[in-house]
Design a protein around this ligand. Structure first.
Ligand SMILES: Cc1cc2nc3c(=O)[nH]c(=O)nc-3n(C[C@H](O)[C@H](O)[C@H](O)COP(=O)(O)OP(=O)(O)OC[C@H]3O[C@@H](n4cnc5c(N)ncnc54)[C@H](O)[C@@H]3O)c2cc1C
Length: 393
């Protein structure tokens, strides 16, 4: 019996396990053993982290939910691997070390949020704790504003800066604006004293989106009460002031950084071939260059469509089809079948963005044509993509 070990129960890992269950069906436990390993006992829905600023959302799904049909789940932190012995070393909950033997290993150890140095001030939206800190800070700003007689000072306190105009920054700005206005109003102050400014260093919001689509999105954000400052690099938040690289300053009560993700630093401790951004170099069948029985998918891997030279981004939308394809490749590997399955880039350009309660923005581009959906329908599509990514529908 062959043993497939999947490292990481993020979006790539759980979708791979799901694909393997579909591919192997009743052969699991007979022809093949499948084990999912993660340092946590849950799959973390990090794409919804911004929700935690405004409510106690449950973003943790037990990994046992995905380990059905005889798939095993093991809670342990991967510390190293031994290629010639085909083993990985795990630190278990009780601090004991454990060794696990594999025939095929899949590395899906993902990414972490790039933490902005505390010297720059503000809070990076990097974890549940950070989201709760932001909530607490905003609530204390309301209390300070209530006690403040001076209108200008009050306005400064009720101004929130968000730095980073990617999906996380946009979704955080939209959700936070609606919630903060409501909280301010409930405290007896006027919600129109609230200002949310979204700073982005690039010319227009969102990578790869045509200017006219980006402008449409900006209009939607303005309508929600969000000011966009494009081409503006924030350097620091200090003493209630946002300082930009060009010398411009803005008064603000808090600064939230949403700088994007970087490859899990643990990847650098393994001996795999890496890009300069520390992503693992894989072939177009997801096996690691020089290691035919070890595969890598998701944010930790550099994955290219050889026909178009298009590089996959670090997103769920790309990790999920990689996982589905790899489950088919592994089935062929286990049974010794030759195959022609290779990586292909996601066939359309697509962004699904939540714009706060009951509002969303979807953009898709196919055959050079742009399609956008906004409002309630956009919100419904967005919710579906979240649930699908975590296999909750
Ligand atoms: C705040 C935020 C918002 C995002 N929003 C979007 C979005 O709207 N749309 C989108 O498409 N993408 C979004 N992304 C990106 C998306 O989350 C990633 O592309 C996706 O998580 C990649 O999945 P993955 O399985 O490769 O890695 P991850 O989801 O990072 O999973 C890695 C797993 O490995 C485990 N692990 C790590 N190290 C070890 C170890 N040593 N031992 C054992 N287990 C370990 C972790 O516990 C984790 O479960 C967002 C990311 C963040 C941080």
């Amino acid at each position: 019996m062959k043993h497939i070990v999947v490292l990481g129960g993020g979006f790539a890992g759980i979708n791979l396990v799901n694909g393997l269950i579909k591919e192997f069906g009743h052969s699991i436990g007979k022809d093949v053993k499948i084990t999912l390993v993660d340092k946590n006992s849950f799959h973390f829905r990090k794409v919804l982290l911004f929700k935690m600023i405004i409510e106690d959302a449950n973003l943790k799904v037990p990994l046992t939910r995905y380990c059905t049909n005889g798939v095993e789940y093991l809670k342990g932190e991967v510390t190293s691997f031994h290629h010639s012995k085909k083993t990985i070393m795990l630190k278990m909950e009780n601090e004991q070390n454990n060794t696990l033997q594999y025939d095929y290993l899949v590395v899906a150890l993902g990414s972490v949020v790039q933490e902005v140095s505390s010297k720059l001030g503000g809070i990076t939206l990097s974890s549940i704790k950070a989201a709760l800190d932001i909530r607490q800070k905003l609530q204390s700003l309301i209390l300070q504003a209530k006690a403040e007689e001076n209108k200008e000072v009050r306005k400064g306190l009720l101004c929130v800066a968000i730095v980073g105009g990617g999906i996380t920054g946009i979704e955080t700005a939209a959700e936070l604006t609606a919630w903060f206005k409501k909280e301010v109003q409930e405290s007896g102050l006027h919600s129109n004293e609230v200002e949310v400014i979204l700073f982005d260093s690039k010319e227009h919001l969102l990578r790869g989106v045509p200017v006219k689509v980006s402008e449409k999105l900006v209009k939607e954000l303005n309508r929600l009460g969000i000011t966009i400052r494009a081409k503006m690099k924030v350097k620091q938040f200090e003493d209630g002031q946002i300082l930009c690289a060009d010398g411009t300053t803005y008064k603000a009560g808090e600064c939230i950084w949403t700088p994007g993700v970087k490859v899990n630093p643990f990847i650098q401790t393994l001996q795999f071939p890496l890009t300069k951004e520390h992503q693992i170099l894989v072939t177009d069948t997801y096996s690691i260059q020089g290691y035919p029985d070890i595969f890598a998918i998701g944010d930790c891997a550099r994955i290219i469509d050889r026909k178009t030279n298009q590089v996959d981004g670090m997103t769920c939308k790309e990790a999920i089809p990689q996982a589905a394809r790899l489950s088919k490749i592994l089935k062929n590997e286990v049974y010794g079948n030759s195959h022609t399955i290779t990586h292909k880039a996601f066939p359309i350009k697509l962004y699904c963005i939540s714009l706060g309660p009951d509002n969303g923005f979807v953009w898709a581009q196919k055959w050079g044509l742009d399609f956008t959906i906004s409002g309630k329908m956009g919100a419904r599509i967005r919710e579906k993509t979240w649930d699908q990514a975590s296999l909750l529908v």
